[in-house]
Design a binder for this molecule. Structure first.
Ligand code: PMP
Length: 352
């Protein structure tokens, strides 16, 4: 989290907008909260350059909740949806989709597992299903560190739905190619257990089945993301994060910074003569999550232990892939990547 946002939150816990009442205490039906919500929606629209025909929703529950709500809203009984499997979160979405609508088919036009998830499908590598209700994909894969540099191509006229949880606003979004983009808030937007859902109005206006209101994106849209008591603190935090990202130069600037941070680490991996081995093919490397291994698990462990002692924390790879993972989310400054790069060079010198 960026320090200016944390400082503002500290103030807002005690006194929001000079009201003498904190964000946790304000009613969600009063003018002060109306402003919080309006500012969050408006700043999200500006930061994301979100077109007017897209609704901006704050939905309680994380990205996993959306993995159930998306098929419930969009996938009719007996229908088909395409889910390229590029790793743990897209695989999770496949399971959730099958459980949410057992009568439908979740088609998997790309099975990344066969390639140890070392890449995302190249253009022409998968055959999308004609007439699918939608295609769901995960744009940045946090475990093996792969990313779609351009969105996958669904069959003609099939809406594209993107899980951007681990990279939202780390680069601009091409709205002409997407019908829905969603993200759990904890990585780039602040507080866990809430999701930002940006969806084209015509996609969500008529859910394919009758749904309880909390499960219906259209209910969230018509009732301004406050069907019930909303996660006001998380929404306010997301609003502050949007404004912080705007003040720093917006998604294009974060793309530039994230690419610069990642280049420092990938340069070392590529120049290490095999001492460090990336898990992702170079053409689909993620600038946000950089996953690599050393020659043995023992050396991986030594790397992580020594890094932790050098105050470089959280470098253990995901349990599915092992090895090392450096996560360079938007709030990570260049100095963080520089410190890691310098540690990697030293470690190689001592152990290579
Ligand atoms: N999708 C992606 C790409 C993720 O990185 C994560 C984890 N933050 C999730 C989904 C799951 O999110 P949540 O724990 O909020 O359900």
């Amino acid at each position: 989290m960026p320090l200016p946002v944390l400082m503002q939150l500290r103030e807002d816990l005690l006194d929001l907008k000079g009201t003498g009442i904190g964000i946790l205490e304000h009613s969600h039906r009063q003018p002060t909260y109306d402003r919080v919500l309006a500012e969050a929606v408006e700043s999200c629209r500006v930061l994301g350059e979100v077109p007017d025909d897209f609704e901006i929703l704050f939905v309680s529950g994380g990205a996993t909740n959306q993995m159930a709500l998306i098929p419930l809203n969009l996938l009719p009984d007996g229908g088909v949806a395409d889910y390229p499997d590029t790793e743990v979160w897209s695989a999770k979405a496949i399971v959730e989709g099958r459980d949410a609508v057992p009568s439908a088919t979740i088609a998997v036009p790309f099975e990344g597992k066969k390639f140890r998830y070392d890449h995302v499908p190249a253009v022409g590598e998968m055959t999308p299903t004609a007439g699918a209700a939608y295609m769901h994909y995960c744009s940045n894969n946090t475990v093996h560190g792969t990313r779609f540099h351009t969105p996958p191509i669904a069959a003609a006229g099939v809406p594209l739905v993107c899980d951007a949880s681990s990279e939202i606003f780390g680069r601009p979004i091409d709205w002409s190619k997407h019908a829905m983009v969603y993200a759990a808030a904890q990585k780039h937007l602040g507080v866990a257990a809430m999701s930002l859902v940006i969806a084209r109005r015509d996609l969500i206006r008529n859910p394919v089945r009758r749904l309880p209101s909390m499960f219906s994106y259209w209910s969230h849209a018509t009732l301004e993301s406050r069907i019930n008591t909303p996660p006001t603190f998380a929404i306010h935090t997301a609003g502050l994060m949007f404004r912080w990202m705007i003040s720093e130069g917006g998604a294009r600037e974060f793309e530039r910074r994230n690419d610069a941070k990642a280049a420092l680490i990938y340069e070392i991996i590529d120049g290490s003569g095999g001492f460090y081995r990336g898990l992702s093919r170079p053409e689909c490397r993620s600038p946000i999550n950089i996953s690599f291994r050393l020659q043995s698990e023992a050396l991986d462990k030594r790397f992580i232990d020594e890094a932790t002692r050098a105050e470089l924390d959280g470098l253990a790879g995901h349990r599915d892939a092992g090895g090392i993972r450096a996560s360079l989310y938007n709030a990570m400054p260049l100095e963080g990547a520089q410190a890691l790069a310098s540690f990697m060079r030293d470690f190689m010198r001592k152990n290579g």
